[in-house]
Design a protein around this ligand. Structure first.
Ligand code: FES
Length: 237
């Protein structure tokens, strides 16, 4: 029996349309909203966004934390080694001397520069990969035999691959009673020779790194820059 629109009164379909079983019934679609183990595209993209945020945050925080703790991680305690009377280090010269007894380096070589009223002690460890540099008195400069690193009289880079100047040792001069003389301390690793006598003794202390302006930094390993973008890649430097 048909209604007023012509539909079959029993099944609501237009009169005459087939209403029996079909060869392929439409597949019922399931929602996966309630399934925590099913990875939808939205969940996948959310996971990628969270992971990216974690990586980005770590990339920002690791160098900051490293910088904050770097001094306590790498700066050795002060330890002074007596390397002899000042008469061994004449005014106007750079003197090469082997140093034993430093806490971190069993055998190091220092170039003690006594010029212009100031003492500095330059470490012979190349700032590129650590080869021992040689001092040339004629040119008052340093050259590394490994890859041609070149440094001027203060150990500042003038050529080759070293990423920073030669490292230095702290220095101080003491009298026969062990009291510091002449200087105002081992600030920046240099010492004024204004009141230093030939019988006073020169002491060498912990090593530190510098930049091209001779500003001091905590000791860096060979190959590590102390300034610039690349220095941030060494979080514990
Ligand atoms: S180790 Fe000195 S230049 Fe490479």
């Amino acid at each position: 029996m048909a209604d007023s629109q012509g539909n079959d009164a029993q099944n609501g379909q237009p009169k005459g349309q087939y209403s029996g079983p079909r060869a392929i019934d439409p597949v019922e679609e399931h929602s996966h909203d309630d399934d925590p183990d099913f990875i939808t595209r939205t969940r996948f993209l959310s996971g990628v966004a969270v992971a990216g945020g974690v990586v980005l945050t770590a990339a920002i925080l690791v160098p900051i934390v490293g910088f904050a703790v770097s001094d306590s991680v790498k700066n050795p305690p002060d330890h002074w080694v007596d390397i002899g009377p000042m008469s061994n280090f004449p005014d106007g010269q750079t003197t090469s001397i082997a140093v034993s007894g430093l806490s971190q380096w069993s055998d190091a070589r220092a170039f003690v520069r006594n010029k212009g009223g100031q003492l500095i002690a330059i470490w012979n460890r190349c700032a590129h990969l650590g080869c021992p540099v040689e001092y040339f008195r004629g040119g008052d400069n340093y050259v590394c035999p490994c890859h041609g690193g070149a440094y001027d009289s203060l150990g500042l880079v003038v050529g080759g691959p070293p990423p920073r100047p030669l490292d230095r040792f702290n220095v101080k001069v003491v009298n026969t009673t062990g009291q510091p003389v002449g200087g105002v301390g081992s600030v920046h690793g240099s010492w004024s020779t204004a009141a230093v006598g030939p019988t006073d003794h020169l002491l060498i202390g912990s090593a530190f790194s510098i930049n091209q302006n001779q500003q001091p930094y905590s000791l860096h390993d060979p190959g590590e820059p102390v300034t610039g973008t690349l220095s941030n890649l060494y979080p514990f430097s």
